[in-house]
Design a protein around this ligand. Structure first.
Ligand code: FCB
Length: 447
């Protein structure tokens, strides 16, 4: 079952880039090697009841040692680009000085990626905050934003020559809201007022780091990666429509509006002022400086009904729809709608789809993983990107999540998102049928 796009699709032009993505904590392992400091995810994994099976990132995909073979895997998939993240606790000591051993790992990795002709997208923060900074309040402490600028300065100075595109943060929503308000991600705090304040400090850190990155890496593009869902109302009832609006505002607008317009959503002032963070004079100007690109991660949509206590509650789609192995509804139409809606609401910079993919209950049988649901998922979502482009959205690239199965945060190793299957006992990688179909699709492009 091949992956197809309309023959005239702009995505088939050479300048549209296709890639695969990963993140440091999810694949690297080597948690104690070369002076790496503990991160909030190490602590969280070691706390009983937080991560399924008490899995941790000590070994993960052992990419820290198998990186050369993993670059060959990337090459086999025939992608143009690779998106990875740097582990802050690997490259800086507690005093803020460079840890050369950790930096050397990334130097070797990035140099090799460039030698292999790949376009390299790097995310500075994909959730692995050094634990010593969490001990001082983490993202609830404004000072962490200033610490981030030192880290961004170091990394972009040391590694800038091999990086085409820098993203400051991956998914501030998840880092702040899941980590500080719902407690289902590290550091596992859960107070209602925490999520928004942590988010504000993350956005502030993004803005403070922008000029530093631009100075150190003038030839690279700089942006940020947001995760976005399409929200639907559970019914036509006014209260459900309202619930949907609140959800959309808190999940999406809360992050994109400050970046694009320098303000938090006005709606919150009236309907949910408790969700507004403390903002100091000048913060919003810092946050809303122009960016070269917006990274967007998309997986699913949600359905919302009114709830007297929380304004909205998540409900299941009443229609019979298909879900992935992590319970997320498959909704490519929602992806196209979301992109077009955002395009109508904002003057957006160029967009890269920095993550999109499906968790499937993959089975390795005689060297073959027949993940037909993932192939359909990819084809549906690639076509959604195509439709959005046809509607005028400026989208420049697409990264499948993920290069290989890996540590799926609170789900541990139980959920597999890879185009490549990882046997965690032997660390053997096996390209799944989706990986081959993605490769064949990319090979079929002209030029
Ligand atoms: C995103 C994360 C990524 C991965 C996918 C499934 O929210 O950015 O690391 O876990 O979800």
């Amino acid at each position: 079952m091949p992956i197809n796009l309309p023959a005239n699709s702009k995505m088939l032009n050479q300048d549209f880039i296709f890639g695969v993505a990963t993140a440091a904590f999810q694949i690297e392992g080597a948690a104690q090697s070369d002076n790496r400091l503990p991160s909030i995810w190490d602590t969280f994994c070691a706390t009983p009841g937080k991560v399924k099976g008490m899995d941790n990132g000590d070994i993960a995909c052992d990419h820290y040692h198998l990186w050369e073979q993993d670059i060959q895997l990337i090459k086999q998939l025939k992608v143009d680009a690779y998106r990875l993240s740097i582990a802050w606790p690997r490259v800086m000591d507690k005093e803020g000085k460079a840890n050369q051993a950790g930096l050397d790992f990334y130097r070797r990795l990035l140099k090799k990626l460039k030698d292999e002709g790949l376009t390299v997208f790097v995310t500075l923060y994909h959730w692995d905050l050094p634990q010593h900074l969490e001990d001082k309040g983490g993202w609830l402490n404004r000072e962490t934003a200033y610490q981030f600028t030192k880290y961004a300065d170091l990394v972009t100075k040391e590694l800038g020559e091999w990086v085409d595109s820098w993203a400051t943060f991956n998914e501030p929503f998840c880092a702040a809201f899941l980590g500080y308000e719902l407690g289902i991600h590290a550091p596992g705090l859960n107070k209602p007022e925490y999520g928004r304040q942590a988010a504000h400090h993350i956005l502030l850190a993004h803005g403070l780091a922008l000029p530093i990155i631009r100075k150190n890496a003038p030839k690279s593009q700089v942006g940020i990666v947001l995760n976005m869902n399409r929200s639907y109302a559970a019914s036509e009832k006014t209260e459900d429509q309202f619930a949907c609006l609140v959800r959309e505002t808190l999940d999406n607008q809360f992050f994109i509006e400050p970046l694009m317009k320098g303000q938090y959503p006005q709606l919150l002032k009236t309907v949910a002022p408790q969700y507004l963070p403390t903002v100091l004079p000048g913060d919003m100007d810092i946050i809303s400086q122009p960016i070269d690109f917006l990274g967007m991660n998309f997986y699913t949509c949600n359905h919302n009904a009114f709830d007297a206590d929380n304004l909205f509650k998540n409900v299941k789609n009443h229609r019979s729809v298909e879900y992935t192995d992590i319970g997320w509804e498959i909704a490519p139409h929602a992806f196209a709608e979301l992109l077009v809606n955002l395009h109508k609401q904002y003057t957006l910079p160029p967009i890269y789809i920095t993550e999109n993919g499906a968790a499937c209950a993959d089975q390795l049988i005689d060297g073959d993983v027949n993940d037909e649901q993932r192939i359909r998922y990819l084809e549906g979502h690639l076509n959604a990107v195509h439709q959005a482009i046809e509607s005028g959205v400026d989208i420049r690239g697409y990264f499948a999540w993920s290069l290989m199965d890996n540590f799926e945060w609170a789900e541990g190793y139980s959920k597999r998102f890879g185009l490549t299957y990882v046997d965690y006992q032997t660390q053997k990688r096996t390209i799944k049928r989706s990986g081959y179909e993605y490769r064949d699709f990319l090979n079929s492009r002209k030029g």
